[in-house]
Design a protein around this ligand. Structure first.
Ligand code: SF4
Length: 292
């Protein structure tokens, strides 16, 4: 039987070990090989952060490209370095994506910033070496795999809750394990993160993965860290984690097409978005009546 979140929750050791065991069985690969793949993924994430945080080169459609650098270099009146670091890292990766740079889909390109933002942001804040992120990243992958068995992870199918919601769940579980949380805490961190993205629509302006996607990754990387903090404190999801995933899948089916990556509703049909899209594409978006 494929792993469920309930299985992961009951693991005696780290939940990532159960995920890795399933992966080894399914792929027939050696443990060292798979861990090396994860190290390579981490390296790509690290490089995307490093590039993105220094760049102000505009994205393909020109709506983003400078936000991570702006935040990173700004004064911090809140005196909240973790908050700033996590957001800036996440946005750096997504701005790299919007410039067609190299990123790791986690689980998608549009939501690629949340996991590295939260994971590297917390690790760098605490001085944790990159090697310690390997198994948390394995767990992150396992969470996405379990969610994807219930709902196709794409804004076009489930709305942004399926993309950013999944990435926040992945990041929350990974950060919880990184900080020594139990398997139960890690899975509940994922469930807490996921349930608080339910209903989030996919409404990218012009269909470009730029607005609201880049800043959304920044926001939801912080959301993931909050979920980890709650779970590490002992808070648990009232709704069992697998049921949260089912709720996500059902909501995804209920969302109208206008709010599922078509660029025909929500932010994508605001007056400013219509004007910008007309400038970029020569005609206004075909906004659905039910969502405009
Ligand atoms: S709004 Fe749509 S395209 Fe943008 S991150 Fe969310 S799911 Fe992806």
């Amino acid at each position: 039987m494929p792993l469920t979140l309930a299985d992961l929750e009951k693991a005696e050791g780290p939940a990532s070990e159960l995920v890795l065991a399933e992966e080894l069985e399914e792929t027939g690969q050696k443990r060292d090989f798979l861990l090396e793949v994860m190290r390579e993924r981490l390296k790509v994430m690290r490089e995307a952060i490093a590039r993105g945080i220094k760049s102000d080169e505009p994205s393909v459609a020109g709506m983003v490209g400078w936000n991570a650098k702006t935040l990173w270099e700004a004064e911090d009146p809140l005196k909240a370095p973790l908050l700033k670091r996590v957001q800036a890292y996440a946005m750096a990766v997504n701005e790299e994506n919007a410039r067609m740079g190299r990123i790791v889909a986690a689980p998608t390109a549009g939501s690629a910033g949340t996991v590295p933002g939260a994971l590297f942001g917390v690790a760098d804040h605490l001085g944790v070496p990159d090697e310690k992120l390997v198994m948390p990243l394995v767990l992150a992958g396992g969470i996405a795999k379990i969610i994807s068995r219930q709902v196709f992870i794409a804004g076009a199918t489930g709305g942004c809750q399926a993309e950013i919601g999944s990435s926040a769940a992945m990041a929350a579980a990974a950060v919880t394990e990184l900080l020594g949380g139990s398997a139960e805490a890690s899975v509940h961190a994922a469930a807490l993160a996921l349930q608080n993205t339910l209903g989030l629509v996919c409404d990218p302006v012009g269909g470009y993965v730029e607005v609201p996607c880049v800043m959304r990754n920044g926001f939801f990387s912080v959301h993931a860290v909050s979920a980890a903090q709650q779970a590490l404190a002992g808070i648990r999801s009232f709704i069992p984690p697998d049921e949260v995933v089912l709720a996500l899948a059902k909501i995804g089916r209920l969302l109208p097409p206008e709010l599922k990556e078509t660029g025909r509703g929500g932010l994508a049909c605001t007056p400013t978005a219509r004007r910008v899209v007309k400038e970029l594409q020569g005609k206004e978006p075909e906004c659905g009546d039910s969502a405009s």
